[in-house]
Design a protein around this ligand. Structure first.
Ligand code: MD6
Ligand code: FE
Length: 222
C-alpha cells in the first residue's frame, strides 16, 4: 500500500506533522511484540474507567508512568495496584528519531526525553473523543505511532473541541508529532477502518497507537 501511492510528510498545522510510512514493517513487528508483552503484565491492558462512570472504548496500557483521567502515577491504582513497566531506553531513542523526522531539528530531537507512553488498542468499534493532552507538566511534543488498521484522525484547534478541524488518515507505520503551537490542540479518532491492516505487522486485527510524552514529573511530586 505505502509503496504504491507515496504520501509525503505534511504539516497539518504549525508543529503538527504527519510522516506517513515512517516505521518499517520490521519496526512495526518489534513494537507489536513489545506492546503484547506490556499488555499482559505487570499491569494488564484494559478499558480505562472514566470519572463520571462509563469506560473508554479504547483499551490502554501505560509504561513509565500510569495515566488515568486525569493524572499520572507510578502505580496503577485503578487497575491492580502494580507499578507500571519502565520506559525503555530504546523507546527514548525512537522518540528522538521521530522528532528529528518530523521537525528536521537536531537540537529539538536531542533534547527530547519521553518518560511515558500510552499504548492504545482499538477494535473495529472503538473511537476516541476529541480531547487535549494536557495532563503533562511539560510542553514537549507528543510522538504518535500507528500500527494495524488505518483510522480517521481528527486534528482540531486549541480553542474548541468542534470545527474547524482537519480529518486525515493514519495508516500502519505512520508517525504524527504534536508540538509547539499545536501541542494542545483538540484531536480524536472518530473511526477505525476495520480490516485494513496487514497481518504481517503481527497484529491480525485492530489498531495499535503508541503516544510517547514527557510528563515533567519526578518521583518526589507524585
Ligand atoms: C490515537 N492519539 O491516535 C490517539 N494524542 O489513537 C492521541 O490521542 C494522540 O495520536 C496526542 C498526539 C498524537 C496522538
Ligand atoms: Fe491525545
Amino acid at each position: 500500500m505505502s509503496a504504491l501511492i507515496p504520501r509525503p510528510p505534511s504539516v497539518i498545522a504549525p508543529g503538527a506533522v504527519h510522516v506517513p510510512g515512517w516505521l518499517t514493517l520490521a519496526q512495526q513487528r518489534r513494537l507489536v511484540e513489545a506492546c503484547r508483552g506490556w499488555a499482559g503484565s505487570p499491569v494488564p491492558m484494559r478499558n480505562t474507567a472514566l470519572p463520571r462512570g462509563g469506560v473508554m472504548s479504547v483499551q490502554t496500557v501505560c509504561i513509565g508512568w500510569h495515566w488515568q483521567p486525569y493524572r499520572y502515577t507510578r502505580t496503577a491504582g485503578d487497575v491492580n495496584g502494580e507499578r507500571v513497566a519502565p520506559f525503555p531506553d530504546w523507546m527514548v531513542d525512537l522518540g528522538r528519531r521521530a522528532v528529528l523526522a518530523a521537525y528536521r531539528d537536531e537540537a529539538a530531537a536531542g533534547e527530547y526525553s519521553p518518560d511515558t507512553a500510552l499504548i492504545n488498542f482499538y477494535d473495529e468499534r472503538a473511537t476516541l473523543g476529541m480531547h487535549q493532552d494536557k495532563d503533562e507538566r511539560a510542553g514537549d511534543p507528543v510522538v504518535s505511532l500507528s500500527i494495524g488498521d488505518s483510522c480517521v484522525f481528527r486534528v482540531g484547534n486549541t480553542a474548541t473541541r468542534t470545527r474547524p478541524y482537519t480529518d486525515i488518515e493514519l495508516e500502519s507505520g505512520d508517525l504524527f508529532v504534536f508540538g509547539g503551537p499545536s501541542r494542545y490542540i483538540y484531536h480524536g479518532v472518530p473511526r477505525v477502518r476495520a480490516g485494513t491492516g496487514d497481518p504481517a505487522t503481527g497484529l491480525p486485527r485492530g489498531r495499535l497507537n503508541i503516544t510517547m510524552r514527557v510528563t515533567g514529573l519526578t518521583d518526589t511530586d507524585r
